[in-house]
Design a protein around this ligand. Structure first.
Ligand code: PLP
Length: 362
């Protein structure tokens, strides 16, 4: 050992010095004893397993899955620059969203902030749990307007959900403004990065050691091509992750999902090739859309979809639907008057869409 003085992460004094996770967790969650499964009590190698009342006869699924998905997390660690202890895996990001609300928000008392237009699950999960949603509106560029935020020291305000790149507007939120919220808010700032693979901007995982109140959501549903598996990632301090693990279903991610995720992570090149093609197609789609007379505005995209303002979104949506092309009509969503949200497809699919849109004009 040299005489060099190491500053351990715990000793680093973040600007958010008064952050107190224990005070933030609901009383019942802090006090409860978690369910302890057979696989929690013994998880090593053995010859004979008679501890979980499983069927002993061979079938691919006669055994319960690893409750903490250690193999998946081991492969994720170097890719994401986080430790397995800073990683929660769930049945889609949706499970993490639900657990965050259930762990930190007292029903009929606490509230969350969302910035609309945004992903619908934050307020749905809040509603299910009788948690109030304070809905702010993004500015005309779909970016954060910090002047709209209420007093951040309100003790009943527990979570701020930010989506960056945002769904349905496809843009990144301003990084400095997110940092400002992280520094000023004593609750958790959740940054949903479902579309992070489609932007060159760095993930907020790079900020985890600085901000004890930062939570990041990512997913296998978009770039990884595994929406049908249902596997979501949540990255945060090991203390926050421990809270989520305490209240999750013991075996929340099944064996097949864990195996297929390991396979996907071992073949990361496939994901990278898909992303590269999607980005090329995104550029081509945006250019084609810009050339149409029905197009009023194509919003910039850091995601695998494009938001486009057209002359008559419901009408164009119906005409596309009638010929078997389904896009998302977002015209009833705040700030999205006459907007369609179009996922970037394969080259052939995008060609079909573009051809169809040209026909609609003529
Ligand atoms: C698609 C999407 C997700 C993914 O949710 P899963 O439950 O992981 O499939 C999460 N957040 C946003 C904003 C999304 O658009």
């Amino acid at each position: 050992m040299s005489n060099q003085i190491y500053i351990r992460p715990q000793e680093y004094m973040p600007s958010n010095a008064t952050f107190d996770l224990n005070a933030l967790v609901r009383d019942n969650v802090r006090r409860m004893k978690p369910y302890s499964s057979a696989r929690d009590e013994f998880s090593g190698e053995a010859e004979v397993f008679l501890d979980a009342n499983e069927n002993p006869y061979p079938s691919p699924f006669n055994r319960y899955p690893d409750p903490l998905q250690s193999e998946v997390k081991r492969l994720l660690s170097p890719l994401k620059g986080v430790t397995p202890e800073q990683t929660f895996l769930g049945n889609g990001s949706d499970e993490a969203i639900d657990l965050l609300i259930r762990a930190f928000c007292e029903p009929n008392r606490d509230s969350i902030i969302i910035t609309e237009p945004t992903y619908g699950m934050y307020s749905v999960c809040a509603n299910v749990n009788a948690v109030r949603t304070i809905s702010l509106t993004l500015d005309q560029n779909f970016d954060l307007d910090l002047s709209l935020f209420p007093a951040l020291n309100d003790p009943s305000l527990k979570l701020i959900f930010l989506c960056s790149p945002n769904n349905p507007s496809a843009n990144l939120l301003n990084r400095e403004r997110i940092i400002q919220l992280l520094e000023q808010f004593q609750g958790l700032v959740v940054v949903d990065e479902a579309y992070i693979d489609f932007t060159t901007a760095p993930s907020f995982t790079t900020e985890l050691s600085k901000y004890p109140n930062l939570v990041i959501l990512q997913t296998f549903s978009k770039a990884w091509g595994l929406a049908g598996l249902r596997l979501g990632m949540c990255f945060a301090s090991k203390e926050i992750i421990a809270v989520l693990n305490k209240i999750k279903y013991p075996y929340n991610v099944n064996i097949k999902t864990q195996e297929l995720a390991v396979e996907a992570l071992s073949n990361k090149d496939q994901k990278d090739r898909w992303v590269k093609e999607i980005l090329q197609e995104r550029t081509r789609l945006i250019e084609a859309l810009q050339g149409l007379t029905i197009t009023q505005k194509v919003y910039p995209s850091d995601a695998n979809f494009v938001l486009v303002k057209v002359t008559d979104a419901p009408g164009i949506y119906k005409r596309l639907m009638n010929i078997g092309i389904i896009v998302r009509d977002r015209s009833n969503v705040r700030l999205c008057d006459n907007c369609l949200r179009i996922t970037v497809g394969t080259q052939r699919e995008n060609d079909k869409l573009i051809d169809a849109l040209k026909q609609i004009v003529s």
